[in-house]
Design a protein around this ligand. Sequence first.
Ligand SMILES: [Zn+2]
Length: 269
Amino acid sequence: MSSRTSTPTVPILLYHSVSDSPSSFIAPFTVSPDTFARHLDAVAASGATTLTVSGLRAALDGHQPLPQQPVLVTFDDGFLDTLAVAAPLLAERGMSMTAYVTTGVVGGTSPGGDPMLSWSQTIELAASGAEIGGHSHTHPELDTLPVTALREETAGCRARLQDGTGLPIDSFAYPFGYSDPRVRRVVQDAGFTSACSVKNALSAPHDPPFGISRLMVMSTTGDDDVKSWLSGNGAPVGRDDERVLTRGWRAWRRFRNRVHPMAGWADAR
Ligand SMILES: [Zn+2]
């Protein structure tokens, strides 16, 4: 295993659900509470310091010190277990998280029936120290949308989160990690100051603020994968989404979305 290079890398872990009983809809993207606790213990053992996404951006912009070894824990979609299961395990260890909430399912369920955060629970999550960010209103593949719908999914999502929580909402996460230059511009115009992709890459200080790399933790992710990422290995350092998103693939998704707008959420990545 090679040692940490002189280029600092920032592992940004992306979780969805932490549960022993997920629906089949989200099961491939779920880890058990025991697994999640082991990951956090690995973070603690590595000597890393957790930051929120806006905390990382503030540090990179020179507004606060950047810890020697930063690591970020992020959650997408707004599952109830982000508050009920993950938040206490983080709090026990004095660790922070950023939770990206899909506003259209607040107080409801996922397509698989998993309970999602209500507004009061989202406020409770923020009170526990989590940063709350936007993850669109209906979880579409944003790069396939006309601009009016794109604004509704970004500025509309931010307004709903601000109204529903009374909190500043500064960061966004693209559903499925999908974005393109037009999407990134509209997210910026909506007033967000950062946005996370997926990319399955380690982040680095040169990551663009609207294309922050994350590493998706899946049910099949091993403890050794997480430990490797924490040591700055086991994944590439920040890469461009366009490498994996060909125009043909995007056209196919555009077509599929016309047929069944919610079809894509099951392929979350
Ligand atoms: Zn999502």
